[in-house]
Design a protein around this ligand. Structure first.
Ligand SMILES: O=P(O)(O)OC[C@H]1O[C@H](OP(=O)(O)OP(=O)(O)O)[C@H](O)[C@@H]1O
Ligand SMILES: O=c1cc[nH]c(=O)[nH]1
Ligand SMILES: [Mg+2]
Length: 212
């Protein structure tokens, strides 16, 4: 199983703040972006470098740059948008491939409603972002469509993952590495992650319905 739980103190601290039931939309949004940045740092730490020579202040100097691969960031709409700016703050030139997937809360099946991919997908490293990996159905649907588009190298970054979702993605797509701020306990009877974050999309967009 290729799942990496990143146990950096800044990540643990920020995720802890996100779990508060009374967190504001503003704070939840800010923390989701910050964790997007921190997970990007980890998920890209083995990218290959190549050296080349540039003209420096004191003459020719050998420097490094990321070799070959172009990158596309793939937010799973809607909630994935909540991490996008954080990822782009480290990879500002990345193309964004938006994939709209919504989970049917009765059947838990993933329904894909939008696919706007960058050109040259076979030549790119795809970095999928979504705050939540619960059953894994939405992630598997996204990876399926990326592979159909020719993607050969795919990584996924999620704020919180359920062991059930990690197992499902690993079984369907063993080549895809998952980077997460936390592997939580599991799923509740509604297939929500516990302790989790609640409904991440609603918290990011401020659309949580008031309970009557
Ligand atoms: O692993 P799964 O069981 O598929 O569940 C996780 C998915 O559910 C949430 O999105 P949701 O469908 O609520 O859509 P939204 O982003 O529009 O809120 C979440 O952002 C994931 O995409
Ligand atoms: O825990 C969960 C599961 C699905 N979608 C969410 O936003 N949270
Ligand atoms: Mg979704």
């Amino acid at each position: 199983m290729s799942a990496h739980e990143i146990r950096h103190p800044l990540i643990r601290h920020k995720l802890g703040l996100m779990r508060r039931a009374d967190i504001s939309t503003k704070n939840f949004r800010e923390l989701a972006q910050e964790l997007g940045t921190l997970l990007t740092y980890e998920a890209t730490k083995d990218l290959r470098l190549e050296t080349h020579v540039i003209e420096g202040w004191n003459g020719a100097v050998e420097v490094e740059k990321i070799a070959g691969k172009k990158i596309t960031v793939v937010p799973i709409l809607r909630a994935g948008i909540g991490m996008l700016e954080g990822v782009l703050s480290l990879i500002p030139g990345a193309k964004v491939s938006a994939v709209g997937v919504v989970r049917n809360e009765d059947t838990l099946a993933a329904h894909t409603y939008l696919e706007k991919l960058a050109p040259d997908m076979p030549a790119r490293l795809s970095l999928i972002i979504d705050p939540m990996l619960a059953t894994g159905n939405s992630m598997i649907a996204t990876i399926d469509l990326l592979k159909k588009a020719g993607c050969k190298e795919i990584r996924a970054m999620v704020l919180v993952a359920a062991p059930e979702g990690i197992a499902a993605v690993s079984a369907a797509h063993p080549d895809v590495a998952i980077y997460t701020a936390s592997i939580d306990q599991g799923l509740d009877s509604n297939s929500y992650i516990v302790p989790g974050l609640g409904d991440a999309g609603d918290k990011i967009f401020g659309t949580k319905q008031k309970e009557s």
